[in-house]
Design a binder for this molecule. Structure first.
Ligand SMILES: Nc1ncnc2c1ncn2[C@@H]1O[C@H](COP(=O)(O)OP(=O)(O)OP(=O)(O)O)[C@@H](O)[C@H]1O
Length: 242
């Protein structure tokens, strides 16, 4: 397998706090990889460094061999990395369709007019929001807003999709639907790096995982093997959600 994303020596300080310390891992083309760790271990900061929301102090982030560390978020998005956020970010007073169209306008080959409408409908159907394009985003339930955010991320035709706790806050039925949806995207060939606390979802979706603790990567490899590592078990003691 070839590495689609390669992170090495990635470090980010906030004042005296080292939020991410010399992090190194890679995500292979076509895989769903988990980014795990207890609260405050540096997962979201790592996602922010990859997506350009934050600039690293040192280190590199290579997408297909090209270093993108420190580039601006829209340039990175156009270059093929899309993301969802821990706190859902949809544009409440725009329709569901317009939210997706806003994503289509920002991709490398932007779509406008009729073709944007057609593509938006396809993307909405893909995430289970077929026929809902005309309602305001604010009218959607929480899980449907999450689906919408995913559709907008997919509108960028990403090479790599970053999901930051996309499954958090869903009830059992919604969680099953969410896992199936991520699974279907993976089957379509979308490469995914997901921060997640829901262990059952990680076991079902992620072939490999990276585990962080206190800013450092403490384990990486096949999910079952990583979960069994003593350092991971002790980092997680009392922190597992399910
Ligand atoms: N903008 C910031 N300014 C100062 N400190 C920050 C900032 N963002 C994150 N931190 C700190 O960096 C550390 C890592 O935070 P981060 O959000 O990356 O952890 P996390 O693993 O994603 O946690 P959680 O699972 O709770 O979301 C924490 O100690 C956090 O308080």
């Amino acid at each position: 397998m070839t590495a689609l994303l390669e992170v090495s020596g990635l470090t980010k300080r906030f004042g005296g706090l080292v939020a991410v310390r010399e992090a190194a891992f890679s995500v292979n083309e076509g895989e769903v990889m988990g980014l795990l760790g207890p609260n405050g271990s540096g997962k979201t900061t790592t996602m922010n460094l990859i997506s350009g929301s934050l600039k690293p102090d040192t280190g590199s982030v290579r997408l297909e061999g090209r270093d993108i560390a420190g580039r601006r978020p829209h340039a990175i998005a156009r270059g093929g990395i899309a993301r969802t956020f821990q706190l859902v970010r949809v544009i409440d007073d725009m329709s569901v369709r317009e939210n997706v169209i806003s994503g289509l306008a920002f991709r490398e080959n932007p779509l406008w007019g009729v073709s944007a409408n057609v593509e938006a409908e396809k993307l909405l159907a893909r995430v289970g929001l077929g026929g809902r394009g005309g309602v305001f985003a604010a009218e959607l339930t929480y899980v449907d807003q999450k689906r919408l955010e995913l559709a907008r991320a997919l509108a960028l035709s990403p090479r790599l999709l970053l999901l930051d706790e996309w499954l958090a806050g869903l009830n059992a039925t919604e969680l099953d639907g969410g896992i199936d949806l991520i699974h279907s995207l993976a089957n379509e060939g979308v490469t995914i790096l997901m921060v997640e606390h829901v262990m059952s979802a990680i076991r079902r979706l992620c072939s490999r995982c990276v585990v962080m603790n206190a800013g450092a990567v403490i384990a990486a490899g096949e999910t079952a093997a990583v979960m069994a590592e003593p350092a991971v078990i002790s980092a997680y003691l009392g922190d597992e959600d399910d």
